[in-house]
Design a protein around this ligand. Sequence first.
Ligand code: IVH
Length: 682
Amino acid sequence: MENKEFSDIQQEIARLSEEINRHNYYYYMLDDPKISDYDFDQLLQRLIDLERQHPEYVRPDSPTQRVGGTITKQFESATHLYPMLSLGNTYSEGDLTEFDTRVRDLLNGPVEYVCELKYDGVAISLIYEHGILTRAVTRGDGARGDVVTANVKTIGSVPLSLTGDFPDILEARGEIIMPFDSFNALNADREEIGEPPFANPRNAASGSLKLQSSAEVAKRGLAFKLYYALGENLPEHNHYDQLRKLHQWGFRFPDVMEKVPGLQGVFDFIHKWDVERKQLPYPIDGIVIKVNDFAQQQQVGATAKSPRWAIAYKFKAERVSTPLLSVDYQVGRTGIITPVANLRPVSLAGTVVKRATLNNRDFIADMDIREGDCLFVEKGGEIIPKIVGVDVEKRLPDAEPVRFVETCPVCGTPLRQNEGEAGVFCPNELHCAPQIKGRLEHFISRKAMNIDSLGEGKIDLLFAQGLVRNAADLYDLTYEKLFGLEKVVEDENGKSRALSFKEKMTQNILNGIEQSKSVPFERVLYALGIRFVGEVTAKKLARHFATVDCLANASKEDLMEVEDVGDRVADSIIQYFNDTENLEMVMRLRAAGLRFEMGEEAKPASDKLAGMSIVVSGVFTIPRDEVKALIEQHGGKNVSSISKNTTYVLAGEKMGPEKRKKAENLGVPIISEEDFRQMIGL
Ligand code: IVH
């Protein structure tokens, strides 16, 4: 009877997986979705629920792997089946002519090339065994790389399994990239929590691949671009047809790829894409030219480092030199001072450049930038102009080095720099205007308290009127205080208009503030703007500690029990709650009615684990955070290290051998996820 039920469930899991995979294929590979996002999410949720109840049926290619959940503390390394070579680079058409001559000499005859985009991301090798993705490895040093399989499985354009007449073993290679949209959204989020933004999409893609939590990777919006395949006895005889074949097996065919009959075709392709790349939604830094025919590729051969049958042509960044007029110093939300160069306006790659960031004090010193220097400005694939050097020949004699300000340009406080950090900052966190306004803007922002009836301009006005100095002041605002306030603001086009609080606007603001009182604790915690506590960390802290009192009284050790909370985050939380002004503000916010405790979801579900101290180790079928939350909901306590007082060690997959030894030595029983589920009746 039971068996029958199980096999029904197994069938249902298989059916749902098949249906979801099909829709993933329409969406990612063909750009042609057949159902709404909502309907898709419903299907996926049903599968997630079923797999949670029956983890024994989770398949390595289940579409739920896209959602992530695996935590990898350290990436193992693996040797590549075939070394991952790099390509010879060139910036000149002359070099391409030489490349073509060399190739044709070696072949003694004509040659067909394939031109592709050179994606600007991170190289990845995907291994499919019997049609199932079993391993994803980064390039590393070309011979060995890091195994990042769980993270890569979250990327929608990576097929988890293949269809059709695929070979037993297939290695697909390509680039993991971050499209500009995802990149901009990620950096906006990072700036909101005071984390330094990524310099370019490539760094962001590479940082994302190395995240410990695959659920986080799933949110980063990465994509896979196929460019190469390897394996024994693959059916096709040239590169172009091979990628077509891989498309039949389930990969996305490159958006742009052309067969050309000779060098002139290569030049035409380059000229076209040097212009059209500006419209592409993801970054490329050049063009790759490959000999199409495999037999010809073999004939041309390879050196130890790179094939001779392919070459990369990199786009030149456009560069000009222009005099530095002056330097402005901007104070950011977290107090970091950013020097900005005012330049004599100059035309560069289609726009007029007047200002460019000088990043930080070390940047100015390392480049030895002096007053009145002519600076080289470049605009490559990126949108933002970059200062790349000094035109020393044009330097005036006796030019003085640019002296970085020593006091805050807004509040006059002497600036500081932390050891090992490049940024100079204003330490007057609580009383420096841009920092106060920045914190208020963060507090009302969408992912925090979501008070959208207040915006930057209105916060400025309230601040200028002395009505708000911190978030708690917002809850003391009244109709009388707001009504009739006025100021002149500039819109995006530089036009002046009056901002005045009339009846309706005033009421909207007050309503928005009132509604924010029902925002859940985790978002209130995020809204406080504690340094390094982003949206995700706030959620984890809220679930772990359940109330702000528990959090404020937590020791560093307690804090570090929370996943993803390390030294730096723990210190920052402790520092925040040690400050009397912060504590007073939290008290006022609580008195105003904001939520500083978890709601129903955190109330104990049972007392089945009451009095037990449990150490959780390894990887589970659900995120480790959720395992820990379950322990607490059933009255147990999470502890981080094994001692004789530990009741159980709850071991997932890949539990460290040292932990196991320690548990065995101390006689602490080790239980599995399955045992644990039975204990709590799940
Ligand atoms: S083919 C043996 N094609 O550029 C040939 N590479 O130094 C292997 N890349 O490490 C490379 N777009 O990460 C190839 N369309 C493309 C590419 C591409 C980007 C990267 C790749 C490689 C580097 C070359």
